[in-house]
Ligand binder design. Structure first.
Ligand SMILES: C[S@@+](CC[C@H](N)C(=O)[O-])C[C@H]1O[C@@H](n2cnc3c(N)ncnc32)[C@H](O)[C@@H]1O
Length: 330
């Protein structure tokens, strides 16, 4: 498809332009990355900072093929994942309650199996054919999955009752891409359409890593997947992106929890579950964990009615609300 390629080209051009401007006159704050070469992004500050935009430019991160490799690796251990990374029943019920999906023609962003039963009809869109083959519970008379790009949805304008997705904004590492997704959703929704995206939303001020370490070792974190998100949220860069390269999450985890046997003994988490973080190590993807207020502000450029709805009481649910979008601006 030509359009997504053009979009990635535009983002890369944008990234290149901003990065070049920063190098000339660094108006953009340096963020979490400290690189000494293409393969080592954990050097001490003396070796110099690069911004997340530089990282995206250098690695083509979060902008295409690197992302499908990342998801293919995660697919291999999908069954070991759990809440809050995967939506528990109470979160799935929130989509129903907030969006009134029983009669709706729904577009699902991704192939999240827990959401596959929602709506009267559903088309799931995912750029990874391996994720479709490995995770999607299967096409039926009322639902099908297609390979495609969320930023260029294979759907006519104003033709869809509801768009839903789980964690979608966090897997887009740049605020530019988040805004492109809001625009894509606004384009395909009917005037009375609605969208619900469960967020992985960071705090306004990143958490203290030592506090996250102490919380986990004292048994205060519900699942290892909650811990992965908490570790990531200690180390995000500044606004507007609030981004973190996925490999940096693994490095932060290693620094905070060098003894996995001890972590396992203190929490009861199985070592293979803890090892799910190891696929982050070679990833070129970028995640982002913008706070709810920023995501609401970004969405309000494309929707007249934007609200946040709680999704239950599971571990870290307070940072995983549903962003509900209505009344697209056209
Ligand atoms: C729905 S998201 C998040 C899933 C889950 N909640 C988590 O955090 O692990 C994961 C899916 O998004 C897909 N994906 C990411 N960016 C995409 C894009 N721009 N277009 C289409 N699919 C995309 C990936 O291939 C993957 O299957």
């Amino acid at each position: 498809m030509a359009a997504p390629f053009q979009f990635f080209q535009q983002i890369k051009e944008h990234v290149g332009t901003v990065a070049a401007q920063q190098r000339a006159a660094p108006a953009f704050e340096p963020v979490e990355l400290m690189c000494n070469n293409r393969d080592a992004c954990h050097a001490p500050p003396a070796l110099g900072f690069i911004s997340v935009l530089d990282y995206a430019f250098e690695y083509n991160a979060g902008l295409g093929p690197g992302m499908t490799d990342h998801w293919n690796a995660i697919r291999g251990h999908w069954k070991l994942l759990g809440p809050p990374l995967r939506p528990p029943t109470e979160a799935v019920e929130t989509y129903h309650r907030e969006l009134d999906l029983s009669e709706a023609h729904v577009v699902l962003l991704g192939v999240t199996p827990e959401l596959a039963g929602l709506g009267a009809t559903m088309m799931a869109v995912d750029e990874s054919s391996d994720m479709i083959a490995g995770i999607w519970p299967g096409d039926t008379a009322s639902r099908k999955a297609v390979k495609g790009d969320w930023l260029d949805l294979p759907v006519s304008d104003a033709s869809v009752d509801a768009v839903i997705g789980d964690g979608c904004l966090s897997v887009l590492g740049l605020s530019t891409a988040r805004r492109a997704l809001f625009a894509a959703i606004a384009r395909v929704l009917r005037p009375d359409g609605r969208a619900g995206l469960r967020l992985f939303a960071g705090p306004e001020t990143p958490d203290d890593p030592a506090a996250v370490q102490a919380l986990a070792l004292s048994g205060g974190v519900s699942t290892f997947h909650e811990l992965k998100l908490r570790v990531a949220m200690t180390a995000t860069g500044r606004a507007p992106d609030h981004a973190i390269p996925v490999r940096t999450i693994a490095e932060r985890f290693d620094a905070l929890f060098p003894d996995r046997q001890e972590l396992s003994a203190r929490t009861g988490w199985d070592l293979p579950v803890i090892a799910t973080i190891d696929v982050y190590r070679n990833s070129t993807a970028i995640y982002s964990f913008a706070p709810p207020a920023q995501l609401v502000a970004e969405a309000e450029a494309f929707f007249n009615d934007v609200r946040i709805a709680p999704t239950g009481g599971y571990g870290l649910a307070e940072r995983c609300p549903l962003l509900v979008l209505r009344s697209p601006k056209v």
